[in-house]
Write a protein that binds this ligand. Sequence first.
Ligand code: NAD
Length: 468
Amino acid sequence: MTSAKDIRPRTDDLAAQAQYLSTSPSASFHSPSSHGSALTRTIPVANAKHLKPFATQDIKVLLLENVNQTGREILQQQGYQVEFLKSSLPEDELIEKIRDVHVIGIRSKTKLTARILKEAKNLIVIGCFCIGTNQVDLQYAADQGIAVFNSPFSNSRSVAELVIGEIIVLARQLGDRSNEMHNGTWNKVSNKCWEIRGKTLGIIGYGHIGAQLSVLAEAMGLSVIFYDVINLMALGTARQVDTLEALLAEADFVTCHVPELAETKGMIGPKQFEQMKNGSYLINASRGTVVDIPALIHAMRSGKVAGAALDVYPNEPAGNGDYFNNELNEWGTDLRSLKNLILTPHIGGSTEEAQRAIGVEVAQALTRYVNEGSTLGAVNLPEVALRSLTMDEPNHARVIYIHKNIPGVLRKVNEIIGDHNVDKQMTDSRGDVAYLMADISNVNAAVIKDLYERLESLNSRIMTRILY
Ligand SMILES: NC(=O)c1ccc[n+]([C@@H]2O[C@H](COP(=O)([O-])OP(=O)(O)OC[C@H]3O[C@@H](n4cnc5c(N)ncnc54)[C@H](O)[C@@H]3O)[C@@H](O)[C@H]2O)c1
C-alpha cells in the first residue's frame, strides 16, 4: 500500500512512480475551464490527459453522515478507497480515522475543529456535502493547505418551488382550512381567498433562488417585480425596481431571498410592514435574521399582513424534536397562535433532488481538486485553475505550491521552476495563503524530484503537490 505521500510525492519514490503511475488512472478527466454549476464545470475535454501522480486506489476517502449515493459513486468510480459511514463519529474516533485519509466528506453534524484537523496529517481536501461550512475551521484548514468545498446553490430550485406552493397556500388559507378539518371542523369560505393570477410578486434578492422563482411565478400568471442591490438582467417580463420601498408599495406577495449580512438584518421591520399594501403576504425562506418577527406578529394581528410563511428563524435547534418554543425564541407562542401563518422547519432546500445535486457537485469538486489541483469553488483558498493538459503534452507536469502570502515567494519559486519551460502559470492569494499552479513541459522523473525537493525546502511552503 502506498502511503499518503503519493499525493505530496515522496522524493525517493518519484522515479518509480512516474513509470508505473502514468498508466494507472481509469477515470474521466474534466475541464476546469468554466466557473458555474456542476454541469457547466464538467464538460470532458477531448484528448484530455489523466493527471495523477498516484495510483487512484491509494487515495483514501472517508464519507460520514450518510452522504448521498451519487457523490459516493463518483468517488468510487475514480478508483479511490471509499469508506462510508451513515452517522457522524465521536471526536476520538474521528481523530483516529482522519489521520489516515486524504479526503473527508461530511455534512453539518461533523465538526472539523483545529484540534481534529491537526491530527489529519494526510488530508488535502474536505467536502461539505451541504450548504454551510460553519462546522469547519476554515482558516486553520487554509493555513494547512487543506481546501474546503461545499455546494451553495444545488437546492435553489427546491426553495423556489416551495415558495410557489406557499403563495397559493396563503392566498387560499389552505393551512387554516386543513387544520380545521383535522380538528373536525367544516368551514367552507371564500371571503379573502384569492387566485394568484394577475397579482404582483415582489422578490427581494434576485440571485439563484430569486431568479428561479421569477420564472416559475410568471408561468403561474403573477407579475414579477424585484429589488436587488445590484442591477440585474430581468428574466421574462419581470421588472427591477429601484428601492425596497417601491417594491413593498406595489407587491401583493413579498418574498425575501437575500443572504445573511449586517445590511439584511431586520431588513423587514416595523417601517417596512407599514410600507406594505394592506392585506399583503410575506414569505421568508432566506435567513431568520432578515425579518423582525415581533414586527411581523404585530403586522399580522393588525390585519396589515394577511398571511405569512416562515421557513427560517433567528434561532434554530440543532436536531429534530419539540424545540420550537419560547426557550428557543421568546416570541414562539405568539407566533404559533397566528392564523394563516405557515411555519416550516428550514426545509426550503430539503428534497431528494437537492441532496443528489449536492452529492454530484461536491464529489466532482473533490475529484477535480485531487486529480487536477483546481480550486474553483473552494471556500477557503483562492480560486485557481489551469486548462487541462492533453495527451499531446506527454512530458508535462503540473506544480501546485500552496504557500504563505509573504513578500519574495514568487521570485524564489520562479528561480526553481524558471530553468524549465513554464507553459502556463497562475497564482492568487486569499488572506495569508496563496495558491500557485504552473504547467511545465519537457520534464522527466529526475526533474520532478528536484523541483519537489527544492519547493519543499522553501520557508514559505505550506504544501507542494506535483501532478504528471
Ligand atoms: N430555506 C432554505 O432551506 C434555504 C436554502 C438555500 C438558500 N437559502 C437562503 O436563501 C438566500 C438566497 O440564496 P441564493 O442562493 O439565492 O443567494 P444568491 O447569493 O444567489 O442571491 C442573493 C441575492 O441577494 C442580493 N442582495 C444582497 N444583499 C442585498 C440587499 N441588502 N438588498 C437586496 N438584495 C440584496 C444579491 O445581490 C443577490 O443577487 C440566502 O440567505 C440563503 O442562505 C435558504
